[in-house]
Ligand binder design. Structure first.
Ligand SMILES: [Zn+2]
Length: 169
């Protein structure tokens, strides 16, 4: 049941990631307005938003204007569903699994936005950084907090200050 749940959760999250990937670089809200066909602007109904299946049922065309829809949409959904499914095989239901799902979702959004715009939006990169440090601080997952902070600071381009000053060593 758990892998199946993870798959469906991933498909739904992937559907939302499509919105994030499309709108975030444009500085638009990711929650409002509801999804529309990028071609004709027709508002999409609940049946048009069923991940992957709606795309297959409509043979990759908009229900309203019949113009082709990018295969990117079902691809992002299927990819996210697949990644969540895979993660569920390594992590039992729990906080760690949810954190891994969240991490994967951020990475999928970042990867596609990077392909589109050659940029990684700050809300996502700092969100990921904050998420990682918070998880590490609260749960020592996936690394103890010291190591995470160390890694973050090194990534930021500076040697950890306690190594330099010897404060904690
Ligand atoms: Zn349309």
């Amino acid at each position: 049941m758990w892998p199946l749940f993870a798959l469906f959760l991933g498909l739904a999250v992937g559907s939302f990631l499509n919105v994030v990937i499309h709108r975030l670089p444009r500085g638009e809200s990711v929650v409002y307005p509801p999804s529309r066909c990028p071609q004709c602007g027709h508002r999409l109904g609940p049946w048009d938003l069923v991940p992957v299946l709606s795309y297959l049922a409509l043979k990759g065309r908009c229900r309203y204007c019949a113009r082709p829809i990018s295969p990117r949409y079902p691809l992002v959904e299927a990819l996210t569903g697949g990644l969540f499914l895979l993660a569920s095989l390594f992590y039992p239901p729990g906080v760690e699994a949810l954190l891994v799902f969240l991490f994967l979702a951020f990475l999928v959004a970042l990867a596609f936005i990077d392909v589109d715009t050659f940029e990684l939006p700050d809300p996502l990169t700092y969100g990921l950084l904050f998420l990682g440090l918070l998880a590490s601080w609260a749960l020592a997952f996936p690394l103890p907090f010291r190591e995470s902070l160390d890694g973050s600071l090194m990534a930021a381009g500076g040697s950890p200050w306690w190594r330099v000053t010897g404060t904690f060593s």
